[in-house]
Design a protein around this ligand. Structure first.
Ligand SMILES: [Zn+2]
Length: 82
C-alpha cells in the first residue's frame, strides 16, 4: 500500500453485486475491515471510516489492473454508464 500526496492509497477489489450493480471493496488497515464503495471509479474518495486518520484526508482507491478479471469488470462498468 502506498501513499499519494501524503494520502493513503488502498487497493480496491471490484465486484458485481447480485443485483447487477458495480462496487469496490477496499481493505482498511485503520478499521481492520472492508469498506464498500459504489461504482468503480478509481481516485480520491471520502473515507468510510467511523474514526481515525483517514476521516480527515479520505483515501485513494486503486484497482489492480494486472488482474484480467478486474479489467473485464471495469470494461462492463464503463459500458453500463453509456
Ligand atoms: Zn476505515
Amino acid at each position: 500500500m502506498g501513499r499519494k500526496k501524503g494520502i493513503a492509497v488502498l487497493l480496491a477489489e471490484p465486484y458485481k453485486a447480485r443485483n447487477g450493480t458495480f462496487h469496490m471493496k477496499a481493505w482498511c488497515p485503520n478499521c481492520v475491515r472492508y469498506h464498500d464503495h459504489g461504482g468503480m471509479d478509481q481516485g480520491h474518495v471520502v473515507a468510510h471510516c467511523l474514526e481515525g486518520a483517514y476521516k480527515a484526508t479520505g483515501y485513494y482507491l486503486k484497482i489492480d489492473m494486472d488482474k484480467p478479471e478486474n479489467v473485464e469488470l471495469l470494461k462492463q462498468y464503463k459500458a453500463s454508464k453509456n
